[in-house]
Design a binder for this molecule. Structure first.
Ligand code: UT7
Length: 336
């Protein structure tokens, strides 16, 4: 058995900055409400026609991660791509990355676990590496939310939160099993699937032809829906549980955490977790202020920035944790 280790990280966000004041020009919202409830100051939105897509941003982030890992694209044995906003209904973006990076015909897996997608992705990659099947795996989280948001007052409770961007990691075989990803912990509770969802178009629900035929201006089925307070309440409980589960599995205490990188759902959720575990400001990494909630991309973007700022050092205990649509949640305990 081996461990897997993150040997390269990269991120990419579109250039177009959308501030809270920008949003207040197109919907009934304001900077004070958004900052007070979410901590978000600005986010990035792709500009239609500029060429940024979920796949192309993932490819850009991946190129940086590959270069920093000091490997060649031909060393990659497998691709895992987590997103809820794929370029196409099918095929998923994993194969598009294989094509666009010119990687040989390795397997490409698409992960549909929304905000927990990156943790699910590294968990899968970790198992392949642990078993000895693969040596180097590219894991990407990338999202274009902005194309699918309701940018009117009707959609404000959701639309002000989400942003676009991508992050990527190279996981590689580590012979020293006291280093790298020590464990991952995954959960789901489908009972609450519709509480944070986008229902149409879907083969089991309403297809594109139904939406066009109805031509109903009040149709919200193809817009993201979030029962915000219910999601918030579940998030703080599940985040806490899955961090405790990960710490216990490795006989660690909260005081052993050098850096917690939570999924950037809401700054208030991160602050709640920080307080609950008695962590100092420098033990928790947040960048939701600058990017909003980028779902599957949020952890790899945050982890990349934390690494770039020297906040992650060799020997550190790094904890990743996420909660989101599904509901799904998970954690990863890493010895850097
Ligand atoms: O990443 C996946 C997981 N997602 C999460 O973890 C998100 C969890 N939920 C949340 O972060 C919060 O529930 C939100 C930030 C989404 C919303 O905050 P809230 O404190 O739960 O607000 P609310 O939805 O209860 O709305 C409170 C008021 C309402 O007005 P009334 O009915 O009190 O008059 C809303 O209409 O705020 C109003 N409101 C807004 N006002 C200005 C909702 N959105 C906005 C807005 N600007 N953007």
């Amino acid at each position: 058995m081996y461990n897997s280790k993150i040997i390269g990280l990269g991120h990419y966000v579109p250039e177009n900055v959308v501030t809270n004041d920008d949003l207040s020009k197109v919907m009934d919202t304001n900077d004070e409400w958004i900052q007070e409830r979410t901590g978000i100051k600005e986010r990035r939105h792709v500009v239609k026609g500029d060429g940024d897509t979920t796949t192309s941003m993932g490819v850009k982030a991946a190129k940086v991660a590959i270069e920093r890992a000091g490997i060649d694209k031909d060393d990659i044995d497998f691709i895992v791509f987590a997103t809820l906003s794929p370029d196409y209904y099918f095929p998923g973006p994993g194969v598009l990355v294989q094509r666009d990076l010119g990687i040989k015909t390795v397997g490409a897996l698409d992960v549909r676990n929304q905000c927990s997608g990156f943790i699910y992705g590294i968990s899968v990659a970790d198992q392949y590496i642990k078993s000895g099947m693969y040596k180097n795996i590219l894991v990407i989280g990338s999202e274009v939310h902005s194309h699918g948001l309701d940018m009117t007052t009707r959609g404000r409770a959701v639309s002000v939160i989400f942003g676009d961007g991508a992050g990527a990691a190279i996981l590689s075989r580590e012979e020293d099993t006291s280093k790298g990803i020590l464990s991952t912990h995954l959960h789901s509770e489908g009972q609450h699937a519709e509480e944070l969802s986008l229902l149409a178009p879907g083969m089991g629900n309403r297809w594109v032809s139904d939406i066009i035929a109805d031509n109903d201006p009040n149709d919200e089925s193809y817009l993201p829906h979030m029962n915000g307070q219910f999601v918030f309440k579940n998030a703080v409980v599940r985040f806490s549980e899955v961090i405790v589960e990960g710490l216990k599995a490795n006989k660690l205490e909260a005081t052993d955490i050098d850096l917690l990188v939570p999924h950037q759902a809401n700054l208030r959720i991160s602050q709640f977790i920080q307080k609950k575990f008695g962590l100092k400001d420098d033990q928790v990494f947040n960048n939701i202020m600058n990017y909003g909630n980028t779902t599957a991309a949020s952890i790899p973007i945050a982890l990349t920035e934390a690494w770039e700022q020297g906040r992650v050092k060799e020997g550190d205990t790094v904890v990743l944790a996420a909660f989101g649509s599904g509901f799904t949640w998970g954690s990863a305990i890493i010895k850097w």
